[in-house]
Design a protein around this ligand. Structure first.
Ligand SMILES: NC(=O)c1ccc[n+]([C@@H]2O[C@H](COP(=O)([O-])OP(=O)(O)OC[C@H]3O[C@@H](n4cnc5c(N)ncnc54)[C@H](O)[C@@H]3O)[C@@H](O)[C@H]2O)c1
Length: 669
């Protein structure tokens, strides 16, 4: 049962739980605060507690700050394992608030989260909260709030409950919102250490992470379409016989191994951290682990020759793997990278030539030297990739700031005209094929925690996709629906659920709305036993402005603006979302991206039906309209179609100027 003692801060100090060395912990962050700033950090932390505790806690928090670079308030970490519980086990006055509690707990479950005791869900620094006091207070507020209150959360800190109304969101979250001129990585390090801001990644600080399943599907689509585009693989074939090499068996990167097997490819994923590799192996996400680079390569060659889908985890550095592939002249079809380069010098990327443990201590003891080694390693990394690309490999940036950081490191990553040699996977693949057409990562969680509810929702989604396939003529859209139909039919047997009973698929506005409506009806009929929580990754059509990733294929100059994601956040809030979030940073790094998302608890009621239709419509068409205005062909087709279906949607559509008109103006320039 849910342990109610974690609700709020206890009168008496709880016993300090030991530092649990059996779990992975966040790397020690470098010391960035002056003595004056340390004082401020302590004042900030102590304001959560009554003054009678200040003597003890001030010493303890200063010790944490100096040892770990942050004040996590370990003493207040709940002793019982945190995990998503069936929704009715949460003490609450509002079923919507209980749904949010479930999602927060899922993000902090040690089976789901990367560094659970530092409240980090994924991506090295993707935080749900900055410290355990914030967790306890948020859970208390949620357990007490009613449907005419809204909880306001500033970068993990609960500002409080404010009177609102049932149609308003129950929670509004912002993470890392900065005055633009103060949004550098150094500002982040300092202000995060002082306890006034946090990096929410995308679905960490917005309580919508569902484990690596969330990107298995996106990665499967990316692999399939990369192979279709570059190697002419037929639209109904799998990738048997093909080889894929990449890195990262962490939070999201762990999905690559699974996606390769689902697509039928043979792959090696290099992972420096033995604990992360072991975790994915135990979960069955990676088939074999080896520390021997040649063995890893031999296994991949054998699997591809046998036409077998197989994932090999190489426990070692990706640079060593690429260099060995070059030396042995092994042909690789598809290549990428998912080290956490959005956070390159504080644990996101481990340089070649040193052990994982050595890197971990050096990054905070000798940060400047460490940075040099990371950059040297990136230059070697890119050299090896370039050689394999010359021999025919297709390489892409996987949304982890690989191009950006390699460029900053002085690697040979640029063409003569200053553009990058390689595309971001969104620029060539996901952008035109999915986002411009309104397709993105729709997800849902069965709040009962029951397998049968999840299976019922799979069937509902399948039926909707079958119906849509019969109605639609557009070949590009049909291809997407077919890929998703195959995915949802096989999803259960791929056994991808870690934590809450969740599912993901890619759908456009019509698909999302029809699936959600059918699920709402099934809850009303009793075919599904408890509310469903709808959501999505921020990595979507409308949720994210990120010039090297989600909006990489926006070419009218507006990729440097963030109006779309901010409008999306506000628009979702006024159309019935249960909670909304807006973040600075996520995926490619602090200051590099704005993104937002939503969660919506549907309970089978008419009110849920009204809200889901209104909000999901906006949540997709906002981005399609913006992409159309940027003159993206697929988006123009999609937005015109959307206007035919809904006469209240009236969008400004671009007129396309002929090149010849402009050519005549600039002749002779
Ligand atoms: N593919 C996507 O759709 C997608 C979506 C969102 C974000 N990303 C980005 O991908 C990156 C990875 O995300 P994550 O959640 O898996 O992060 P993570 O930190 O959990 O995993 C990255 C892993 O890379 C390993 N690693 C670092 N340097 C290495 C090296 N030189 N050789 C081998 N292994 C090394 C780390 O040990 C770690 O386990 C992030 O930058 C994230 O923002 C990708």
């Amino acid at each position: 049962m849910f342990d109610e003692s974690i609700l709020g801060l206890p009168d008496d100090l709880p016993e300090h739980p030991d530092y649990d060395a059996s779990l992975d912990h966040a790397p020690v962050r470098k010391q960035v605060l002056s003595q004056k700033q340390e004082r401020l950090a302590l004042q900030n932390a102590l304001r959560y507690f009554e003054s009678k505790h200040h003597d003890v806690l001030s010493k303890e928090f200063l010790a944490e700050l100096r040892k770990f670079g942050r004040i996590y308030m370990y003493r207040f970490r709940p002793i019982e394992q945190i995990k998503a519980r069936p929704i009715h086990e949460y003490p609450s006055q509002s079923i919507q608030a209980a749904g949010i509690m479930l999602m927060i707990d899922n993000n902090l479950d040690p089976n789901v989260a990367q560094f659970p005791h530092e409240l980090i869900t994924y991506g090295g620094n993707g935080s749900v909260f900055q410290n355990w006091a914030q967790y306890r207070l948020v859970m208390k507020y949620l357990s007490e709030m009613t449907d005419d209150q809204t909880l306001v959360v500033y970068s993990g800190h609960p500002l409080g409950l404010f009177p609102s109304h049932p149609e308003a969101p129950r929670v509004v979250v912002t993470n890392g919102m900065m005055i633009p001129n103060y949004s550098t990585p150094i500002d982040y390090e300092r202000l995060n250490a002082m306890g006034v801001t946090q990096y929410g990644q995308m679905t960490a600080g917005s309580y919508m992470y569902i484990g690596p399943q969330g990107i298995v599907h996106g990665t499967t689509i990316t692999l399939m379409n990369a192979a279709r585009m570059r190697f002419g693989v037929a639209s109904d074939s799998d990738l048997s016989g093909m080889r894929f090499v990449t890195s990262g068996l962490g939070g999201m990167s762990g999905a690559q191994a699974k996606a390769a097997v689902i697509s039928g490819a043979a792959c090696i994923v290099a992972e420096s951290n033995p604990t992360a590799a072991e975790k994915r192996h135990q979960q069955g996400w990676v088939n074999v682990l080896t520390k021997d680079v040649d063995e890893a390569i031999d296994l991949m060659i054998a699997a591809s020759e046998a036409g077998q889908g197989k994932s090999i985890g190489y426990v070692g550095n990706i640079v060593d793997l690429w260099e060995r592939l070059v030396e042995r002249e092994v042909f690789v079809h598809l290549g990428s990278d998912q080290t956490s380069l959005h956070n390159p010098f504080q644990g996101g990327y481990f340089p070649a030539g040193m052990s994982f443990k050595e890197s971990q201590s050096m990054m905070h003891e000798r940060p400047l030297e460490f940075k040099k080694l990371v950059q040297e390693s990136l230059r070697r990394h890119v050299n090896a990739v370039n050689l394999l690309v010359d021999r025919g490999m297709f390489f892409w940036d996987y949304g982890n700031a690989f191009l950006l950081e390699s460029g900053r490191a002085g690697a040979e990553i640029f063409n003569d005209d200053g553009t990058y040699k390689y595309p971001s996977y969104v620029e060539d693949i996901m952008g035109p094929l999915c986002f411009d057409r309104g397709f993105g990562p729709f997800r849902w969680v069965c709040s009962s925690g029951s397998d049968s509810d999840l299976q019922e929702t799979d069937k509902i989604a399948e039926n909707v996709l079958v119906e849509m396939l019969e109605e639609i003529d557009d070949e590009d859209v049909r291809q997407q629906i077919k890929d998703n139909l195959r995915w949802i039919r096989e999803a259960d047997e791929h056994d991808m659920v870690v934590g809450s009973k969740a599912r993901i698929l890619y759908a456009d506005e019509q698909g999302r709305s029809r699936i959600a409506s059918a699920m709402n009806k099934a809850i009303g009929d009793g075919r599904i036993s408890a509310p469903i929580i709808l959501g999505r990754d921020h990595h979507d059509v409308s949720g994210t402005d990120s010039p090297y990733r989600e909006t990489a294929n926006i070419n009218d100059g507006s990729k440097w603006t963030a109006d779309m994601s901010v409008q999306n956040f506000v628009g979702d809030a006024i159309r019935g979302a249960t909670w909304v979030s807006l973040h600075n940073g996520g995926g490619v790094g602090w200051g590099e991206v704005f993104n937002g998302g939503f969660g919506m608890v549907i309970d089978g009621s008419d009110a849920s039906q009204r809200k889901l239709q209104s909000m999901l419509h906006w949540d997709v068409t906002n981005g399609v309209a913006r992409r159309a205005w940027a003159r993206n062909d697929g988006a123009i087709t999609s937005i015109k179609h959307a206007m035919e279906i809904n006469e209240k949607l009236i969008v400004t559509v671009p007129n396309i100027v002929k090149e010849s008109v402009l050519d005549s103006l600039f002749e002779g320039d």
